[in-house]
Design a protein around this ligand. Structure first.
Ligand code: ZN
Length: 185
């Protein structure tokens, strides 16, 4: 007789889903799919891409409102459960007016990251695919961490250390310090 293993309520469905918002290069999705499971100790799935976020476009700024994309992701998350991370090539800004690499909503359990300003090409430098993958991973870890309510780590090597500048982003590691790790269920 096979006995069914009892799982803690919610455990079986708790996972992180990564979905492209518009077209995203496969290696950037692969690095998330391959490395997020170990960092968060959760199941990670790649979801089907959703359309370009034209609903979030601000013509004057030439940028896209992160909160509008978070709202769209929240509608999808209701179907997937767990956490949902959107990955996009479009350039993001937040409601407070600042351009950003990424944004998250703890209440809605969704996050979005933008590759746009993580590319060296954006600053007139030659592209470095390896470095870009590391940056994408670090930004993803930080924003997913925010969906679990983790904020304000003071360890400059921890992925949860706030890094609005690329220089600081490049210094930190795509890992959680022990304090931040413990704060995530
Ligand atoms: Zn930390």
């Amino acid at each position: 007789m096979v006995r069914k293993r009892r799982l803690r309520p919610g455990f079986a469905i708790e996972r992180i889903t990564v979905i492209p918002v518009g077209a995203v290069e496969a290696p950037l999705l692969d690095v998330l799919n391959n490395r997020l499971p170990e960092i968060f100790r959760k199941r990670v799935e790649l979801g089907s891409p959703i359309e370009d976020p034209i609903y979030a476009h601000n013509k004057e700024r030439g940028q896209y409102l992160a909160e509008a994309i978070l709202l769209k992701l929240a509608q999808i998350r209701n179907l997937t459960r767990g956490r949902l991370l959107g990955v996009t090539e479009v350039d993001l800004y937040r409601q407070d007016g600042h351009g950003t690499f990424g944004h998250a909503s703890r209440g809605r359990k969704v996050a979005v990251i933008s590759i746009h300003r993580l590319r060296d090409e954006h600053y007139g430098l030659p592209g470095d695919p390896q470095k870009l993958q590391e940056r994408v991973l670090k930004e993803a870890v930080q924003q997913i961490g925010h969906t679990y309510g983790v904020i304000g780590c003071s360890n400059p090597l921890c992925a949860m250390f706030d890094t609005p500048q690329l220089f600081d982003l490049d210094i930190k590691r795509p890992l959680l310090c022990s304090r931040c790790r413990r704060a995530i269920p």
